[in-house]
Write a protein that binds this ligand. Structure first.
Ligand SMILES: CC(C)(COP(=O)(O)OP(=O)(O)OC[C@H]1O[C@@H](n2cnc3c(N)ncnc32)[C@H](O)[C@@H]1OP(=O)(O)O)[C@@H](O)C(=O)NCCC(=O)NCCS
Length: 143
């Protein structure tokens, strides 16, 4: 996707953006991790879209990522969202393992969803167009 600072800044400071920041108790100015998310309405569904989940490398593998995603679930349920969605790059193996561990699944709007769906259907002549992307859209139902 490439790194585009102006685009990223625009995404972060979008007026619909919401954040949760975690700081160590004794270091309130330090950020141990954060999540950026938005409430969205897409394809007739109310969605909590997680735009960012970042845990400072010093604090990884201590359960903070799981904790933040649990908070998003609680917020999503209380605000009657139908699901949490997010995008993850294929080459981010750690994040892919993490999301699998906390029960996120390939969303039906992920470009690769049809590939998976038709995986065993090799006789189907219409099944020739494989989608060439390097990311997946994952989701977890809240209802
Ligand atoms: C991916 C990330 C959010 C995980 O957060 P974390 O706080 O380190 O993860 P947790 O401690 O909550 O891990 C929960 C479980 O997920 C799995 N997991 C997490 N990180 C993993 C890794 N690097 N490799 C394999 N499994 C991993 C494990 O099963 C882990 O349980 P365990 O530690 O008991 O084995 C964090 O590594 C991170 O911020 N990475 C850089 C930014 C990033 O990639 N963000 C996601 C973008 S989509």
């Amino acid at each position: 996707m490439g790194w585009n600072p102006p685009e990223k800044r625009q995404e972060l400071f979008n007026s619909l953006g919401r954040f949760i920041l975690l700081s160590p108790v004794n270091k309130p100015d330090e950020v141990a991790g954060y999540s950026a998310f938005r409430f969205e309405h897409e394809a007739e569904e109310d969605i909590l879209y997680c735009y960012e989940l970042q845990i400072n490398p010093l604090h990884q593998r201590k359960g903070l990522g799981r904790f933040l995603m649990n908070l998003l679930e609680v917020i999503g349920r209380r605000t009657k969202m139908q699901k949490i969605m997010l995008t993850v790059l294929d080459n981010n193996l750690a994040a892919n393992k993490f999301y699998k561990q906390i029960s996120f699944q390939l969303d039906e709007c992920s470009p690769t969803y049809e590939d998976l769906d038709n995986g065993n259907d090799t006789d189907n002549e219409n099944d020739t167009e494989k989608v060439d992307v390097d990311y997946q859209i994952l989701s977890k139902l809240l209802t």
